[in-house]
Each structure stands twice: as structure tokens, then as C-alpha cells.
Design a protein around this ligand. Structure first.
Ligand SMILES: Nc1nc2c(ncn2[C@@H]2O[C@H](COP(=O)(O)OP(=O)(O)OP(=O)(O)O)[C@@H](O)[C@H]2O)c(=O)[nH]1
Length: 361
């Protein structure tokens, strides 16, 4: 089969390398100077990271120069390891589409994984939303997870001063505590505890000079590519969240993270799908910006299999129907990370929408 190129030449589709599955994307975020580039350097030199492309969504300089050997195309460089790196100074969506196009046309090596390094000042939520909603990107890429670097030496102070850094830690699937060589054990433990209460489900790993096993940081999504099946328990980690005692959180109003709450709602009866959707719509309309992340495993009336939902602020992935329940429980479990909102409000409104027949649907 042939297709017309913009310049009028014909392209033989046998020349195209179209990936069979969406490519895994990991978002690497973390505050300025927290060690993102150092981590990338280490990761990209690891044999397990072959077939990786990196987009550095930065305005500053890229610190990967010593690894560069060859220019693949104008703004893309091939690293020693065979990985690919390009800098997107403008629009990330354009950059990703362009990189995908070049991969399909075999102009760059056939990478299977993409890491996006965000600028240190970024709120990662809009980037996650873009990945989930852009129609061209969401078919070609799937979000594997968010890796957040936190500087063990300055992390606590940064969390005090910069709301962005709190959000970066709150939406992480994996947290990497960097520069742990620079702090004493008690200070590191206190920071770990703080990060854990911000985001109870994210494992925290330590690293010095970016040294970490890449296997710990990737494959954080619902779908386990090794087993070729979803691993919903590892993904949801409902048991890590505060289930009942809403008073556990510290209430130091001078700390940004005092405003962040992570909790799990459970619901025993099957949910009415329309009512549940109306509830979510209500939450998004009224509080979208304050809902950093929602993940859920739902028991929906008249559907035997569980339904998985995943949202970031205003945006939701399309719900996924799994083949089977991960355990014997048929409870719906929804985990939230929110800002300036009370768990009780979620609990009461979920009940009202599902059980009060006069509630709007
Ligand atoms: N002692 C020590 N220094 C580290 C470690 N990791 C990174 N650094 C240093 O911290 C500084 C900042 O690290 P980068 O990797 O550039 O941090 P970044 O997050 O990419 O920084 P920006 O791109 O500015 O946001 C560099 O001087 C690193 O050498 C570590 O584990 N221990």
C-alpha cells in the first residue's frame, strides 16, 4: 500500500514501523536541582533502558552532553546507550507527535519507552492531562507513571515553600529520595515520613548520584507488560490509604502539605453507573483543580467484572472493564489525593448520589 506524502512523493507502508502497542510514557518530575538529570544520566547508561527516548521539556540547558555521540536529526541526539534524547522548548504535544512520526518513518531508532523530564517548576497535573486527553497522543502513548525526585537535603524546606513541589510528590507513583549522602538518618526519616503521609501509595527509594535500579521506577501503570495483564492491586494500593480516621493528618496550617489529603473511600453496595458518573461530574465541576488524582476499582450494578477509573484533576482516562476481580472482596474502592477538601464531603456526597432517589443524575 502506498500513501501520498505532503511533498507529493509516495510512501510505501512497508517502510513504516508502526508500534503494535501504545508506547509507555513515564513523567520524571521533581523540584529544581532535585537530581532529575543526574538520575537520567544513570538510567540511560543502564542496559535495561535501551530503546528509551527522552524528551527534556525544559528551558535551561540539558546536562546530558557528555553522553552524546551522534546527532540523529536536527534537534534529536542519540546517546551512547542507544537511547534517544530531544529537547522540546515549545509545545510538548507537538514534540511527542513529531518524535512518534519520526519513529514510524524509521528516522530515529524504534524506541519503546518515553521519559518526559519536566521543568523543575512544573505542576505535573497539566502534563498528565495532556497525555490522557490529546486524541492523537492517547492512542499512541500510555501513561506508565510519574517518578518524582525529592532532594533529601533541601526537600523539606522546598515542600514548605513551594506548592508545586508538594503537588509533584502527591501525584507520584514512585518517589526517589536523592542526595541521601548529604543528610543524617533522622532528617531523612522525617522527610520520608512526610512524603509518605502526602502520598501513602508511592514507594520511596533512596539514591546517591542517580544510582537506582530502573526496574523500581518503571512499569508503575495498571497494565503489567511482563505478565501481559493488569495488576490492579499493585496499582491501586488501597490498603495504603487512610480508610477511617480522617483526623490522622497533621494540621500545621503553615505547611502546604497540611492541605493535601490522601484517603480511600469504600462502598459496599454495587454502584449505579449513571449516578456514579453524575457524582464524579459534580466533583469535577466544583472541585476539579483541587482533585489531584483519583484511582478506583468499582463494583457497578449489573456488571459482573470490576471497572477501573483513573483521573487527574478535570480529566479521566476512559474507564476500563477488567476481566476479573483481583481478590474476594466486591467492595468498590476509590483512592483520592486532594487539596483543601475534606474526605467527609466525598463520603457524604457519594452516599447521597447513590442512595437518595431525589439526587440529580
Ligand atoms: N551529593 C549529591 N549530589 C547530587 C546527587 N544527585 C544530584 N546531585 C547534584 O545536585 C545538583 C543538581 O542535580 P541535577 O541532576 O542537575 O538536578 P535537576 O533536578 O536536573 O535540576 P534542574 O534541571 O535544574 O531542575 C548537581 O550538582 C548534581 O551533581 C546526590 O545523590 N548526591
Amino acid at each position: 500500500m502506498t500513501a501520498a506524502k505532503n511533498d507529493g512523493q509516495r510512501v510505501d507502508s512497508r517502510d513504516l514501523d508502526i508500534p503494535e502497542e501504545p508506547l509507555a510514557v513515564s513523567v520524571l518530575t521533581g523540584f529544581l536541582g532535585s537530581g532529575k538529570t543526574t538520575l537520567l544520566r544513570h538510567l540511560l547508561a543502564h542496559p535495561a533502558m535501551e530503546e528509551t527516548a527522552v524528551i527534556v521539556n525544559e528551558f535551561g540547558e540539558i546536562g546530558l552532553d557528555h553522553l552524546l555521540v551522534e546527532k540523529a536529526t536536527e534537534d534529536t541526539v542519540l546517546l551512547n546507550s542507544g537511547c534517544l534524547c530531544c529537547t522540546v522548548r515549545g509545545d510538548l504535544v507537538e514534540g511527542m507527535r513529531d518524535l512518534y512520526k519520526r519513529r514510524v518513518k524509521r528516522e530515529v531508532p524504534p524506541f519503546k519507552r518515553l521519559i518526559i523530564e519536566t521543568t523543575g517548576l512544573a505542576d505535573p497535573a497539566p502534563i498528565l492531562q495532556t497525555l490522557m486527553t490529546d486524541p492523537l497522543l492517547s492512542n499512541r502513548f500510555r501513561l506508565d507513571g510519574v517518578v518524582t525526585t525529592v532532594d533529601a537535603a533541601n526537600g523539606s524546606e522546598t515542600l514548605d515553600r513551594q506548592l508545586e513541589s508538594v503537588k509533584q510528590a502527591a501525584v507520584a507513583d514512585r518517589i526517589l529520595l536523592t542526595k541521601s549522602d548529604l543528610v543524617e538518618e533522622p532528617a531523612r526519616k522525617a522527610l520520608e515520613q512526610r512524603l509518605h503521609s502526602l502520598n501513602p501509595a508511592a514507594p520511596i527509594y533512596e539514591s546517591v548520584q542517580g544510582a537506582v535500579d530502573p526496574a523500581l521506577l518503571f512499569n508503575a501503570g495498571l497494565y503489567d507488560p511482563q505478565k501481559k495483564s493488569p495488576d490492579v492491586q499493585a496499582w491501586l494500593k488501597a490498603e495504603a490509604y487512610d480508610q477511617t480516621d480522617h483526623g490522622h493528618h497533621h494540621h500545621d496550617v503553615n505547611r502546604h502539605d497540611a492541605s493535601i489529603r490522601a484517603f480511600c473511600l469504600t462502598y459496599d453496595k454495587p454502584l449505579d453507573w449513571d449516578r456514579f458518573n453524575s457524582w464524579v461530574e459534580m466533583l469535577i465541576t466544583l472541585y476539579g483543580g483541587n482533585i489531584l488524582r483519583i484511582k478506583g476499582l468499582l463494583n457497578v450494578a449489573e456488571i459482573e467484572q470490576p471497572i477501573v477509573i483513573h483521573g487527574v484533576q478535570h480529566v479521566f482516562h476512559p474507564p476500563v472493564r477488567l476481566e476479573d476481580w483481583p481478590d474476594d472482596s466486591r467492595q468498590s474502592r476509590i483512592v483520592f489525593i486532594v487539596r483543601d477538601l475534606k474526605p467527609e464531603m466525598f463520603e457524604h456526597t457519594l452516599k447521597a448520589f447513590n442512595e437518595d432517589s431525589s439526587a440529580p443524575i
